[in-house]
Design a binder for this molecule. Sequence first.
Ligand code: MN
Length: 239
Amino acid sequence: MIDMHCHLDLYKDPFHVVAEAAKKGVSILSVTTTPSAWNGTFALAKGHSCIKTALGLHPQIAHQRYNELNIFDELVPNVEFVGEIGLEGSAGWKEHLPIQTKVFRHILDKTQKAGGRTMSIHSRSAVTLVLDELEKYPDAGVPIMHWFTGTKTQVKRAIDFGCWFSVNLPMIRSKKGQSLLKIIPKERVLTETDGPFAKYKRVPLNPWDVSLCNEPLSEIWGVSQEESQNQVQDNFNAL
Ligand code: MN
């Protein structure tokens, strides 16, 4: 099981979630929303080689936390993954796009200078802007578009650029998500929960709930559930 985008530090009892996930054999990319959260979130993964921590600054709070970029700069040479980063263009955040863009550019520039990293990217209502920025920093690393909700034209552009996609239950269950998944090469698909933000039946998703993605994915791909599970695992290994 692969959960490529999870906010472990935001669960009520993160140590319990970590212990359960390790017991169940889930590989997790534990993303952070602020550079100052890195140390505490990294500590959660101690002793668990299946949990990797990513250094991020979430676009929804970029206008409040841009002063933490110096912490990002200090840490980025020594981290393996970057995320959650990106842009958010929907109501309530759209007015902060200028500062978000400055922050995103800064992060991509420093990540590129560090040699590039695998990055988990937020692009809600801002896919074109995100791709415009990614194209300016082609050596920033491998972008994984998390919970992609763009159009078919945008998804094709992202595929051509080399993006990967981490898909979650709400995406797989939506008509739009399903139509996108018919276009995305299955070799570029990973699973995620976006827990505890993302919920199923009003309950926050736990990392092991990525298993719920498998049956719908197998239906979309027209393969057995065993094959779809192996596909995602192979993709993770290839990445
Ligand atoms: Mn997230």
